[in-house]
Design a protein around this ligand. Structure first.
Ligand code: SF4
Length: 109
């Protein structure tokens, strides 16, 4: 299945996303729902407060992503235990932008 992943821009300096790529390849963690995944895009939210996540999610669905994932740096705050304060709003706004039939999974590992 083709997926797109959105990550927290604030954690780019401390995490290259290696675990997300590994989990997606193996179909582990949150990717157990999709099976081994083909990543069509791995982008950041665009920086606080994350408004660019909407258009970036759309950009990836336009390129074939069937499911959008919010990496665990956003909702769980990995790797430093600092979740995004805009998580709930970002999630809701992306769902609204993509439409009811779209699938959003709000963690990766
Ligand atoms: S909006 Fe949230 S996910 Fe995006 S950079 Fe800021 S803290 Fe990270």
């Amino acid at each position: 299945m083709k997926v797109g992943i959105i990550r927290c821009q604030q954690t780019e300096d401390m995490c290259p996303g290696a675990t997300d790529f590994s989990m997606a390849k193996q179909g582990n963690g949150a990717f157990a729902e999709t099976g081994a995944a083909d990543i069509v895009g791995f982008v950041s939210c665009g920086g606080c407060p994350g408004k660019k996540a909407l258009t970036r999610a759309k950009m990836m669905t336009d390129r074939g992503a069937e499911v959008i994932f919010l990496a665990s740096c956003i909702g769980k705050g990995t790797p430093i235990g600092f979740p995004c304060p805009h998580f709930a709003m970002m999630k809701e706004a992306i769902m609204k932008a993509l439409g009811q039939d779209s699938k959003l999974i709000d963690w990766t590992h």
